[in-house]
Design a protein around this ligand. Structure first.
Ligand code: NAI
Length: 247
């Protein structure tokens, strides 16, 4: 018996990194998966691992920042599975540079994917979840949304926004038995952090009490907890997964 038997989970940004680990973790506990990313063929490997675990995988191409596309995606998921129990808003991007140099386009791009994208998917699944009178929404924020970071004002603002969105969603939808929580990862080993300069990585490592970068699975384990009934009495919370970097 898995913790998520019979449930349908939708994960955005599921092609790689943390999103892929989340999809695989939820499938390993019995959920069928709607996998969303910019291009459907990017999702092939994630879909194969979900299917190897004996679960269904639907691959959906969607830009999370486009409302029409998001509505279409959630429509496809409902057609295929007739329900949505879990939403994980994971798709995210960075466009780092110092504030004075940051282009307005790079500000807008990061806010559009990270914050608006999470709002659009939450809005789109809220109807089916309200009809079902149940649901769990897990938003992937970041420790940067809690503490800020030089060179990341767009990203920090987007992730702080995701935390506020999570709390407001939690208050608004609690009466319909829909919970919303956030995970704030620290420094996790993915393509996003591979792109950082070696000296930045060394500095980050020095600030982590557990003395290692996190792995995508470290985040996925906490997402599973928040998506499952093990956290039935929790809503509007932010759980930091950072090896103690933020406490
Ligand atoms: P990643 O870059 O490896 O994967 C992100 C995925 O999102 C990719 O598959 C990408 O195609 C997809 N994506 C990007 N824009 C999209 C859009 N407009 N529509 C649909 N899909 C889109 O990143 P990673 O590291 O796996 O990050 C996942 C989430 O975790 C992000 O929200 C990120 O901000 C957050 N995070 C990551 C940390 C890290 O250290 N890697 C730390 C804290 C938070």
């Amino acid at each position: 018996m898995g913790q998520l038997d019979g449930k349908v989970a939708l994960v955005t940004g599921a092609a790689r990194g943390i999103g892929r680990a989340i999809a695989e973790k939820l499938a390993s506990e019995g959920a069928d998966l709607a996998l969303c990313d910019l291009q459907a063929d990017w999702l092939t490997e994630t879909a194969e691992s979900v299917q190897k675990l004996g679960r269904k995988a639907l691959c959906v191409a969607v830009d999370v920042s486009n409302w029409e596309a998001v509505q279409g995606a959630v429509g496809e998921v409902q057609k295929a599975f007739a329900r949505v129990d879990i939403l994980v808003n994971n798709a995210g991007i960075t466009k780092d540079t110092f504030l004075a140099r940051m282009s307005v386009e790079d500000w807008d791009a990061v806010l559009s994917v990270n914050l608006k994208g999470s709002f659009l998917f939450t809005k789109a699944v809220s109807r089916p979840m309200m009809k079902q009178k149940s649901g769990a929404i897990v938003n992937i924020a970041s420790i940067i949304g809690l503490i800020g970071n030089a060179g990341q004002c767009n990203y920090a603002a987007s992730k702080a926004g995701v935390i506020a969105l999570t709390k407001s969603t939690a208050k608004e939808l609690a009466s319909r038995h829909i919970r919303a929580n956030a995970v704030a990862p620290g420094f996790i080993h993915t393509k996003m952090t591979d792109a950082l300069a070696e000296d930045v990585k060394a500095q980050m490592l020095a600030a982590i009490p557990l003395k290692r970068m996190g792995e995508p699975e470290d985040v996925a384990n906490v997402v599973l907890f928040l998506a499952s009934d093990a956290s039935a009495y929790m809503t509007g919370q932010v759980i930091t997964v950072s090896g103690g970097m933020v406490m």
